[in-house]
Design a protein around this ligand. Structure first.
Ligand SMILES: [Zn+2]
Length: 377
């Protein structure tokens, strides 16, 4: 359910209420935030308004509905995108495809700075407003960036093959401790409190090193693994866009985020920049850094120079410019990347996907080796 969409005519991201004000030229007071009847502009809206993510037209305005006899809002005003046959108008890979019911919330792919209260988000909003006022970028640039990302993702596709077992296996390999290496010898087990489980884990590393290293190439938190599981189940066997195509851009964006967070003198959140690679960068900062790189043709030092200009420029006069800004171009990047990783790991796994069973089998093999060694003693 997109609550905002991009107007080609006004060249910016708007919600239904703001579009109503612009079209009717009539802005009600704050106490009567109502959505004007836009039916006379229906044809114009269908061709002008486009989805912030996939860029398709065919928008209709869905008016808000309230519970009978109360002020409780059952359905927020939003845009619905309909094709010529009356079906879903979004590109099949758009995050809003099949999600136009009005019940689902708008995803994190669109940041509504207007409703964001945290100091960190306000810091980014201020920078966005400065960037727009100084002409470094505008909302059309942001729309162009989203389309560029969307087109790249949809040009490259893969078939979802990761089963829940394959995902659990890849996650276990990623969490498997492999930094320390140790080779088993039966004499070690003569120690009175010998740790067989630890020995089995060391042996597992020796037998599966290539797989463990592969699984650790793309490290994300448990929340992303959970999301990966949900999406793999929902799209199993289907062809979807290949998020891995975004990897070099994601890496560069994280690098710029960490550099800016360390060198700008501004706090962008509690997460230390050194952990961005694992925990993800704050989304507003991620979005702004992607925009700086996109407008610099992905040249790191050009983007850094622009960022420095942004920080040095005067306070913006209009803070509403960056109010509604459709951007996180890496929406669901981490989760899809894990789905792809799990399939790659599964393809190279010759002994099944049961981590615990493999540790148990290794432990009994080590115990057998010890028994043979002892009886030969
Ligand atoms: Zn769409």
């Amino acid at each position: 359910m997109p609550t905002t969409a991009f107007s080609a005519h006004y060249s910016r991201e708007l919600d239904v209420e703001q579009l109503g004000w612009l079209l009717s030229g009539d802005r009600p007071g704050d106490d009567q935030a109502t959505v004007a009847d836009l039916s006379q502009w229906a044809g114009w809206i269908r061709t002008d308004i486009r989805c912030s993510s996939c860029g398709k037209t065919g928008a209709q305005v869905v008016r808000p509905s309230k519970a009978r006899g109360s002020q409780a809002v059952l359905r927020q005003a939003h845009f619905r995108f309909v094709d010529h046959q009356g079906g879903d108008g979004h590109h099949p890979f758009c995050e809003f495809y099949g999600n136009d019911t009005g019940e689902a919330r708008q995803t994190d792919s669109l940041l509504n700075f207007g409703s964001e209260k945290s100091a960190e988000t306000r810091a980014v909003r201020l920078l966005v407003c400065k960037g727009i006022e100084t002409g470094l970028f505008n909302q059309a640039t942001i729309r162009a960036m989203r389309q560029w990302f969307f087109d790249m993702k949809s040009e490259s596709r893969f078939k979802v093959r990761a089963t829940p077992e394959a995902l659990a296996w890849a996650r276990s390999l990623q969490r498997h401790p492999s930094y320390r290496r140790w080779t088993f010898h039966p004499a070690q087990a003569e120690m009175p409190a010998f740790d067989w489980q630890a020995a089995a884990k060391f042996q597992f590393t020796e037998e599966n090193l290539a797989l463990v290293e592969l699984a650790k190439t793309v490290v994300h938190q448990d929340a992303e693994w959970k999301r990966a599981g949900l999406m793999a189940a929902k799209h199993f066997g289907q062809e979807v866009f290949n998020t891995a195509a975004l990897q070099p851009y994601y890496e560069d964006t994280l690098t710029l985020c960490a550099f800016v967070a360390k060198n700008s003198g501004i706090s962008f959140g509690k997460t230390s920049p050194d952990y961005y690679r694992f925990q993800g960068a704050p989304i507003p900062l991620l979005a702004l850094c992607a925009l700086m790189l996109f407008t610099s043709e992905w040249e790191m030092n050009t983007a850094i120079a622009k960022f420095a200009r942004l920080l040095a420029s005067a306070e913006p006069s209009d803070l509403s410019l960056g109010n509604m800004i459709g951007l996180n171009p890496f929406h669901d990047y981490a989760a899809w990347r894990l789905v792809i990783l799990a399939a790659e790991v599964a393809e190279r796994s010759l002994k099944g996907f049961d981590y615990q069973a493999q540790l148990t089998a290794i432990e009994s093999d080590l115990r057998r080796q010890h028994a043979i060694w002892k009886s030969a003693g």
